[in-house]
Write a protein that binds this ligand. Structure first.
Ligand code: ADP
Ligand code: GLC
Length: 481
């Protein structure tokens, strides 16, 4: 049995701010259980819902050398859908309404978490063969492991994988402060190790010290070797390119299933979507106070409202787009300027635009199920899960050709009758608008072709099956199988 431990800052169903939670929470279920046992370790945030917190069982606690003092580390556990989840407890660090706050606090919180992950292992008598780290929050795990190996037999031979879900966030802070707080020796704080541009950089540490580095699509794995996408680490990505690969994300197909989804008005399948899917649209129009019209093309957006996702393009053409026969339903929170942008257009075009500025899992399901198209014009996109959810629910993605969007959405070709969505190349608002209008034209004038495309979209398999096999191969190669 190969033992793998995921170290992550979020995982569904416990805590989620974005796609990382979907991946870390669902991928472990899809490994071949005969040969791989994957467990997950995450912080026990106060903001985890009480329904979960009350189910956690106490395992042990200890005091860890930390920041010139001795700090409490509690360990709890829960078996969920066949996977063991460990929760690292420390009320001082993991309080608050959200997993993340100001960066100066977060760097301390996640350095603590990373050291605690390793320190816990001998005490619970669990020695994984591989620790699989996710994003900057766990970037110090491979670094601490390197440090712990000296003089401690237990840690020798444990391998690490670092998965980059988003290179933009690196966890950087003043070197002196990080050195002081983490207790890591001077030796690590140089430009070919933890340091980048004079600061300490957690993700860089992870990338330098992990045995393998992966990211969440092939295209993004290539893109991050260039200055435009490399977030100032493109040199490092090139240097590590022989250990770097892309494995595209999958979806939890049991959770995201239009045939059984209890959160949507009317279930549907590839066989009956022509009649049934639209009932979701009408119900949503009613719920959100939009004009009730089953024929009107509805475009959905479910997203963190940040620059990454292309909202400056959307803001630029919203007025023009609202002259068309479309409805736009947005769900998201984030940058105030984009929250207000959607509120403004919802006020200006009340029967066409619905701005839902909050976080809601059930509402996201309703939007994926109800809309005809889904808009995701990202500036960059390591993988993206929203377009996969849309495909699964027969909602055709309109995307920019970048990262995982390029790898998962095949653009419509009206001559060959192929494709599962619409895409454009340049980060340009009118190129996007033209693509949306092209989609409108197919929707209104070539409904048969549109429906064929929906069929192809729903037929695509983006379950974890393929990608979990690729992770298994990666683990095998690391362990010398
Ligand atoms: P990222 O991780 O960059 O935010 P992804 O497309 O990989 O982008 O994943 C985003 C996930 O978060 C999807 O599951 C999406 O449905 C969900 N999501 C984003 N915003 C909201 C929201 N306001 N309410 C509910 N779910 C949301
Ligand atoms: C990040 C990326 C997103 C990806 C997700 C899960 O948040 O922005 O593209 O799908 O991680 O890997």
């Amino acid at each position: 049995m190969k033992k793998i431990l995921f170290a992550t800052s979020e995982a569904v169903p416990f805590i989620k701010t974005g796609g990382l939670a979907d991946v870390a929470g669902s991928l472990p279920k899809y490994f071949d259980k005969e040969n791989y046992e994957v467990r997950v370790m995450l912080p026990k945030y106060m903001c985890i819902k009480e329904e979960w917190r009350s189910k956690l069982e106490y395992v042990t606690h200890f005091y860890m050398d930390w920041n010139w003092r001795s700090e409490y580390v509690g360990v709890l556990r829960l078996e969920h859908e066949g996977v063991t989840f460990y929760f690292i407890d420390n009320e001082g660090y993991f309080n608050g309404f959200a997993p993340y706050g100001e960066i100066f606090g977060d760097v301390e919180k996640f350095a603590f978490f990373s050291k605690a992950v390793l320190s816990t292992l001998p005490l619970i008598d669990y020695r994984p063969d591989i620790i699989h780290c996710h994003d900057w929050q766990t970037g110090l795990v491979p670094v601490y492991l390197d440090n712990f190996r000296y003089g401690n037999e237990f840690f020798r031979g444990i391998k690490t994988v670092m998965t980059i879900h988003n290179l933009k966030f690196q966890g950087t802070w003043d070197t002196k402060r990080i050195k002081d707080m983490t207790g890591l020796p001077e030796y690590y704080f140089v430009p070919d190790k933890l340091e980048a541009y004079k600061d300490a950089n957690y993700l860089k540490g992870g990338i330098v010290y992990a045995d393998r580095v992966t990211t969440v699509s092939n295209t993004y794995a290539e893109e991050i070797k260039t200055p435009f996408y490399g977030e100032k680490l493109d040199g490092l990505m090139n240097a590590r390119s022989n250990c770097l690969s892309g494995i595209v994300n999958g979806l939890d197909y049991t959770d995201w299933d239009p045939e059984t989804d209890p959160r949507i008005e009317k279930n549907f399948s590839i066989k009956n979507f022509r009649k049934e899917k639209v009932k979701n649209k009408v119900a949503l129009q009613r719920e959100l106070g939009l004009a009730e019209d089953p024929k009107r093309m509805m475009i959905g957006i479910v997203s963190r409202l940040t620059d990454q996702k292309g909202f400056d393009l959307i803001a630029y053409i919203m007025d023009e787009l609202c002259q068309d026969e479309v409805q736009i339903v947005a769900l998201g929170t984030g940058a105030e300027q984009y929250e207000n942008m959607f509120r403004h257009f919802a006020w200006k075009y009340p029967d066409k635009v619905s701005a839902n500025i909050y976080y809601s899992d059930p509402m996201s399901h309703k939007i994926y199920a109800s809309c005809d198209a889904f808009l995701m014009p990202s500036l960059f996109e390591p993988c993206g899960l929203s377009q996969l959810m849309s495909l699964r629910y027969g909602t055709l993605p309109i995307v920019r050709e970048t990262g995982g969007l390029k790898d998962t959405v095949e653009p419509y070709n009206e001559y060959e009758k192929t494709g599962t969505g619409f895409s454009f190349t340049n980060y340009n608002a009118h190129e996007m608008l033209n693509t949306i209008r092209y989609a409108e034209q197919i929707y209104y004038d070539k409904k048969r072709d549109w429906n064929k495309m929906v069929e192809r979209a729903m037929e695509k398999d983006f379950s974890w099956n393929n990608s979990a096999r690729q992770y298994e191969e990666l683990y095998d190669s690391l362990l010398g199988y």
